[in-house]
Design a protein around this ligand. Sequence first.
Ligand SMILES: [Fe+2]
Length: 356
Amino acid sequence: MKSEGLPLVEGLGLEDIRQVQLAPWRRTGGKGAFIHLYGMEGFTGMYVGEIPSGGALEPEKHVYEEVIFIFEGNGATEVWQEGQKKQMFEWGKWSLFSPPLNSWHRLINGGREPVKFLAVSNAPLIMDLYRNADFVFNCPYTFAERYGGEETYFNVTNKRYRKGLMALWETNFISDIGSADLETAEEKGAAVLITQFEIAANCLIGHISQWPAGRYHKAHYHGPGATLIGLQSKGYVLLWPKDLGLRPYQNGHGDKVVELRWGEGGIYCPPGGWFHQHFNTGNSAARHLAIRFGGRIHPTGFSIAAKRHDDGVLVPIKKGGTLIDYEDEDPEIRRRFEATLRREGVASSMPEVAYT
Ligand SMILES: [Fe+2]
């Protein structure tokens, strides 16, 4: 990151990625800034990129996986394997895609405003393992099993099914994260919707979640590297290391619980083994995008181990998972939520039955 000469922003989270100051980026021909969230712990990395209006970025390829989320503007991406035909697909605000591993890709701005995007990758792992940027960015190998130039590769699919408790969606392109259909995930909270997208045959995948106004998720923990991006509504997230217990306030550790605010453009990354809990205090449904490990098609050993169970983040702790049921949580969690809602003038929609 240092050798790229870009600004570096650090923290547990960031209130609004749209406000990050960017600097010219010689290698890409656009602008950029690196964001290092402590919870990434070397498993994932991130930058904000900008494509000037009427411009395009330099083509690049790399032997790490990268998921790109457009948060401003519209344009197109050209993709090709070495010596093969180029293919192009168009995108707009809140589109998401992942250039297949080591395929050439070139991002083009199709509008009059600058395009801004967030790129989350597993580059830190790959860089740490090989310590050779020339290999990472100039490797001649073609991963034909990942991408063979299929013309429908970047079409939005409707290949959806459940695996264990998780609703999966195999697609290499999502045109609008804000309006994508989601499935129910009652295990995570009353009327919570979650769909996990498996993209570009990556182990770096993600999910989209939505839950009603005046409501919050159950707390859970897993391994490091999961980045969450707030898209709709606003609220806060509580984070605490699992060593502080299921009831950190009752245990006298309330001062060590971290509270981060989120709204559109807010991002945060819970460190590995930290409980985290998302609260919606706005007056509309909240929608989040997560980019993370934990693919069900191409899992990694470390993400399974961190959850102790295939469905770990969806299974209560008392049943071998890593989720705190509402009835087992610290009573202070609910009290703080209801106090915040009163200040915001939003009614709680938590069903009483959830606590019994
Ligand atoms: Fe999580």
